[in-house]
Design a protein around this ligand. Structure first.
Ligand code: SAH
Length: 230
């Protein structure tokens, strides 16, 4: 077993690297990958940089070059579902690309021929997250995550994403990671802690809460790793 643990920004993986303590740094494809052993299991950690293209490159590298066979993503997201408050965790049940638009040809938003609007996350890893949550006495909401190459800070854009995808949260990497993992048959799990609510003041909220929310997500992910390696 070799576990990939991925984030998009340095702050999202910093708490994970801290927990691992020592690691080997390898430069590959204009990025850094951190290899370590955690309780006897090999792990590879990286942040991709923001957005669908960089996250696609990183997840492909972790699977094809570093030979990871399970992928966990930890990070922050904008909340859409009003039940999600700053710092709350959301586990993706399925993910879609909200900015993939060939509706001009009669296709639904998020769909291209050969693909599907939604990609479902691994059910066993979601079940494991429920065990972790109950052991920690934490509530972790499950829901739909919509991904696009855009920091959403407008309630009209948000409403449109709800209309098409019934999404609970949105971010900029999850669905691309999901597509790659599904294509390469690697089970994946996407966790996000809410940093903002994608409204007019989202960038201020993000700046204030990104780091604390990133820590909340990373700590939960490491509890998942504890359970996976056991
Ligand atoms: N402050 C950063 C940019 C952050 S972009 C800078 O200046 O470099 C937002 C990041 O957090 C992305 O990785 C995305 O996945 C996530 N995210 C959090 N809130 C979001 C929102 N409202 N819309 C889109 N992505 C969001």
């Amino acid at each position: 077993m070799k576990i990939a643990i991925m984030g998009a920004m340095p702050e999202e993986i910093a708490p994970i690297l801290k927990k691992l303590g020592t690691y080997k740094t390898t430069k590959y494809a204009d990025n850094e990958y951190y290899e370590s052993t955690y309780n006897g299991v090999e792990v590879v950690v990286a942040y991709s940089k923001i957005g669908k293209v960089f996250s696609t490159l990183t997840v492909s590298t972790m699977i094809q070059y570093f030979k990871c066979d399970t992928l966990l993503f930890s990070g922050v997201a904008g909340g859409i579902n009003p039940d999600l408050k700053i710092g709350d965790l959301i586990v993706a049940t399925k993910l879609a690309q909200h900015d993939l638009d060939i509706t001009a040809f009669g296709h639904p938003m998020g769909f291209v021929p050969g693909g599907s609007v939604f990609v479902e996350a691994d059910k066993d890893l979601i079940a494991l997250s429920k065990e972790v949550a109950s052991e920690l006495g934490k509530t972790v909401q499950e829901g739909v995550i919509a991904t696009g190459d855009q920091f959403v800070h407008d309630s009209k854009v948000k409403d449109n994403i709800v209309k098409h995808f019934n999404a609970d949260a949105l971010e900029m990497e999850g669905a691309s990671v999901a597509v790659v993992c599904k294509s390469l048959e690697v089970p994946f799990f996407i966790l996000r802690a809410i940093s903002d609510t994608a409204d007019t003041d989202a960038s201020f909220s993000f700046d204030e809460f990104m780091e604390s929310s990133a820590i909340i997500s990373a700590e939960f992910i490491m509890k998942m790793v504890d359970k996976i390696v056991r």
